[in-house]
Design a binder for this molecule. Structure first.
Ligand SMILES: [Zn+2]
Ligand SMILES: [Zn+2]
Length: 168
């Protein structure tokens, strides 16, 4: 659903952070509205939501937290084509370790086959996964990433609330 006009998005659409918009116009309007809304969001609300997610059950496995935003890193390449991406997930440490290990193996097997980016990016993505495995976010409090995500979730809800109000 478009975060600005509320219409259904079947294919594609524009993405701005985690928000989706149906076209450029909505994306621009949404962006303007978002920057107007964000200063109205109180830091206390953001912290409250982040803390609730952090201490809640894992959305992936329903197991124990702490839950945080955790990133796994992939790269694959073939000849002149190289693609890499960093996948964010809100999950517990065990789920993150699974996807980081999976992404590490994926990249070790499929990363190297392109010049020059495959050869350059494979050690980078493998290293990032290793770092994520060895040094997960501080379990005692929500990370900066989780705080940003919470701020975004509140923004999205404000955008949607505005639609219900204007529809009346
Ligand atoms: Zn729209
Ligand atoms: Zn989990």
């Amino acid at each position: 659903m478009c975060a600005y006009c509320g219409s259904k998005i079947l294919l594609g659409g524009k993405r701005l952070n985690e928000l989706r918009f149906c076209n450029d116009e909505c994306s621009n309007n949404g962006q303007a509205l978002t920057s107007a809304l964000v200063p109205q969001i109180s830091g206390a609300d953001v912290r409250l939501l982040a803390t609730r997610i952090h201490s809640g059950p894992c959305p992936k496995c329903s197991g124990h937290g702490p839950v945080d935003v955790r990133v796994s890193h992939q790269v694959w390449s073939f000849l002149l084509i190289t693609q890499w991406r960093n996948v964010q997930q809100v999950c517990c440490r065990r789920c993150a370790a699974k996807s980081q290990l999976g992404s590490l193996c994926f990249s070790v097997v499929l990363g190297w086959w392109g010049i020059p980016w495959g050869i350059l990016m494979t050690p980078v993505q493998v290293g990032r996964n290793l770092l994520g495995l060895i040094r997960p976010p501080d379990p005692s409090r929500p990370s900066e990433r989780l705080m940003n995500l919470s701020r975004l979730m509140i923004t999205e809800r404000m955008l949607l609330d505005r639609q219900t109000v204007s529809a009346d």
